[in-house]
Each structure stands twice: as structure tokens, then as C-alpha cells.
Design a protein. Structure first.
Length: 291
């Protein structure tokens, strides 16, 4: 049995689909089963509740040989690291008592991010908790998601621009969530691996935000520009959109780490996934902008 967390999220949903396509037995932890598609509900075992609830996690992990672990974001959290750690505590207890053999988690790409890098540091803290159980663990290590650009569909459509706190001419490694999910499916279905380690997942591109804007312009057939915003303005925007002070500061600290080259070394040595940025823009971004 394979247990999947966040089965309605952008990565977890694709993991579930990939496993079901491969005829694997799947059990999901989900707060609201109604958010699962009818086709998925018919084919998975559902454990309703939060994956931070020890009783829910214990029920879900019983008899499971592998788990996909992803901490869902909570922009209202009062502590970024506390959110990641608290959400993982019940899983670590269950891993230690219920005989789970392997865990595949979603972490982050980056070097020198153990402290003061916001969400990147919090994700590393979560990894260390899982590793301390002794379970065989693979931490998928993506850089920025291409899907982050979907938050700016209206700005692209109405203003012909998108905005991030990264320098316009500095390479910003990205990856499509489909490639993260595909690697998770591969590892969950493979019973041969053991030990603990990281698996960088990255696109085949090496584009700066200006380079991305050029690709977006070509795909959409109209001019789209990139505009860098300051870190403080970025933090203020997150607050305006309802994030807590801690969550907004964590995003700002993460952006600083990215700008200081946290992804550079892993990006240069990672084996790229199949989805290039142009392909993703054609299949995902363009339909969203035109909708």
C-alpha cells in the first residue's frame, strides 16, 4: 500500500494519478474527500482528516510500505519552521512504530540554507526529522516551481508584465510540478532503494526572468515584460494577500537566499527532467492566460 498526502494539491494530485495509471494500490489522507474527483475516489482508500493528526496518520500508515510526504502551505501560520515541524511530527511517530519502509518527500534545492532562508530552512528541518527515524528517505529537491507564474496570470493578461524579487538577468532555476510528481511516482514504485539522500529535480532550461519573459512573449504572441520588485515590497504584497507576518517574512528570506545563489551548485549538477519552460508555457500558462 502506498500512502499519499495532499492528494488534491498540485503535486500530490499528479502523484495519485501516476500511481493509479500504474495500477498501484493507493491510500490518501485528505481533509475533504469531496475535493477528490469521482474517478479517484472510486479507486483509492480514503482516510479523512489532517495529516498532522496522530490518529489519522496512524490509521493511514498501518500496513503501508511507502509514503509520499508533502507539507501543505499555510500562509496564516504563526511560524514557518513550526508549521513544517508540527505537520511532520505525527508522521515521524507513525514511521517509527508501524513499519513504513520508505518515504519520498518534497523538500527544496539549495546549499547553505539550513538557517535564515525562510521556507527553504523549514523544509530542511522537516527532512532532518524524517531522517532521524532511520527510515529510507528520498528528499526531492526542486528549485522554484514554474507554476508560481500562474499566480500572475491576471498581471500577464492585463498589464503585460510579471513581478518577482529576483534580478532580471540572473538565472532562476525552475521545474514543472509534473516532473516532481513523476520522480515521486518512480521512487514510490521502486522497492530496490534504501538509505537516505536528496534527488534534485530541475528543468532542462537555464533562464533568467528576462529570458522567461521572452519565451512567454513568443508563446502568447504579444510582449510580456519582467519587472523586479524589492524584497520589502514583495513582503508587503504577501501581507496584503493575507499572509501572516511570519509567512511573509519567510518568503522574503527565501527570496534573499535564492538571490544569493542557494540553487546554483545543485542546478549545475542536477540531471534535468523532461519539461522545458516553453513546453510548460504552451501547455499550461497559455491556456490559463487565454481563459
Amino acid at each position: 500500500m502506498l500512502v499519499i498526502t495532499t492528494p488534491t494539491g498540485q503535486i500530490g494530485r499528479q502523484v495519485v494519478d501516476g500511481l493509479l495509471d500504474a495500477e498501484e494500490p493507493v491510500r490518501v489522507i485528505v481533509r475533504d474527500p469531496a475535493r477528490l474527483s469521482p474517478a479517484v475516489r472510486e479507486r483509492v482508500e480514503v482516510v479523512e482528516g489532517s495529516h498532522s493528526d496522530p490518529d489519522v496518520v496512524g490509521k493511514a500508515f498501518a500496513g503501508a510500505h511507502a509514503v509520499f510526504w508533502l507539507v501543505a502551505p499555510d500562509p496564516r501560520a504563526e511560524s514557518v519552521e513550526g508549521h513544517y515541524v508540527d505537520a511532520t511530527r505525527a508522521a515521524c511517530r507513525a514511521i517509527g512504530t508501524l513499519g513504513v519502509k520508505r518515504v519520498v518527500g518534497v523538500s527544496t534545492m539549495g546549499r547553505g540554507i539550513e538557517k535564515n532562508a525562510g521556507h527553504l530552512s523549514a523544509s530542511v528541518a522537516k527532512d532532518r526529522m524524517i531522517e532521524d527515524t532511520g527510515v529510507s528517505y528520498r528528499a526531492l529537491q526542486p528549485p522554484a516551481f514554474m507554476e508560481n507564474l500562474l499566480w500572475q496570470v491576471e498581471a500577464i493578461r492585463n498589464q503585460g508584465s510579471f513581478f518577482w524579487p529576483q534580478p532580471a538577468d540572473r538565472v532562476l532555476p525552475t521545474v514543472a510540478t509534473r516532473d516532481i510528481a513523476a520522480k515521486a511516482v518512480e521512487l514510490l514504485r521502486d522497492d530496490s532503494w534504501g538509505g537516505q539522500g536528496g534527488v534534485p529535480v530541475v528543468s532542462p532550461d537555464a533562464l533568467s526572468p528576462d529570458g522567461m519573459a521572452q519565451v512567454v512573449s513568443e508563446v502568447l504572441g504579444r510582449q510580456v515584460r519582467y519587472q523586479q520588485v524589492g524584497i520589502e515590497a514583495y513582503r508587503a504584497t504577501m501581507l496584503q494577500h493575507g499572509a501572516s507576518e511570519a509567512w511573509a517574512q519567510g518568503l522574503a528570506d527565501m527570496a534573499v537566499a535564492q538571490n544569493n545563489g542557494a540553487y546554483d551548485e545543485d542546478h549545475r549538477t542536477a540531471s534535468p527532467g523532461p519539461t522545458g519552460f516553453r513546453h510548460w508555457c504552451e501547455e499550461v500558462l497559455k491556456p490559463a492566460v487565454l481563459a
